[in-house]
Design a protein around this ligand. Sequence first.
Ligand code: ADP
Length: 268
Amino acid sequence: LQISLVPMTMSDDEEPGLLLVMQDVTAIRRLENMRSEFVANVSHELKTPVAAVKGFAETLLAGAMNDGETARSFLTIIQDESDRLNRLIGDILELSKIESRRSPLQFSPIDMDSFLERMKELLAAEAAKKNISLDISSEAGLFIEADEDRLGQMLMNLIQNGINYTTDGGKVKVIAEAFTTDEGDDEPMDWVRITVSDTGIGIPKKDMPRIFERFYRVDKARSRSSGGTGLGLSIVKHLVELHRGSIRVESTVGVGSQFILELPMLQP
Ligand code: ADP
């Protein structure tokens, strides 16, 4: 609670008085805290790869360059860490663009069937590398109103996570289907539900409510080794909300996870 006293007079012939203002600043403070926490996290995340690039470059200059094999392995690390830095910066910029509403969504009708077909083409090679079967299907004739690039970003993130957090030989499945909600007095509403499920490592119960937070990772080392930035799901969540939809997760450790995305259907 922020309390301030403001001098004031009601009319000229009256004694000057004091106005007591009590303002609940909880929400403002919480926002300020979130912002400074984010800046601290970003700095930390950026420092790690920069420190690695600097360290290995210094070691090379100090003499490691003379051994061809060592030099090659150090340069590979420098290259990987630079890629990581690039991905991080890209995701941070993307998140800030979405949050500041600087680039408004470009809505158009999207045919889920052909859209998902394209997603499959884009990700088939990545799944094949881990010998993961990628099964994508949609009910025919389903349309949603969405920003096509952003919808692609959401699904890419979810499917890529499915591939990353599933061991070799597993399965990732994507299904799109229609459903209707009928809540009392409101008009019934038609939705498209897209479920991305995997047979992967799963998510512990205690972590589930937090995985959509920026930089939250169940296992930092694992996320890092699969090239994750810890920002994918928070980007997805923001985009889902901009599409007036919702996302939730169900998961069992050692069995697999399901991400359930629900978006308003476009009426034919
Ligand atoms: P990251 O870049 O680390 O993958 P995300 O924001 O995409 O970041 O996901 C946050 C965390 O949620 C991941 O680090 C991982 O711990 C967990 N996670 C996301 N998707 C899955 C999944 N399909 N299976 C298991 N864990 C997952």
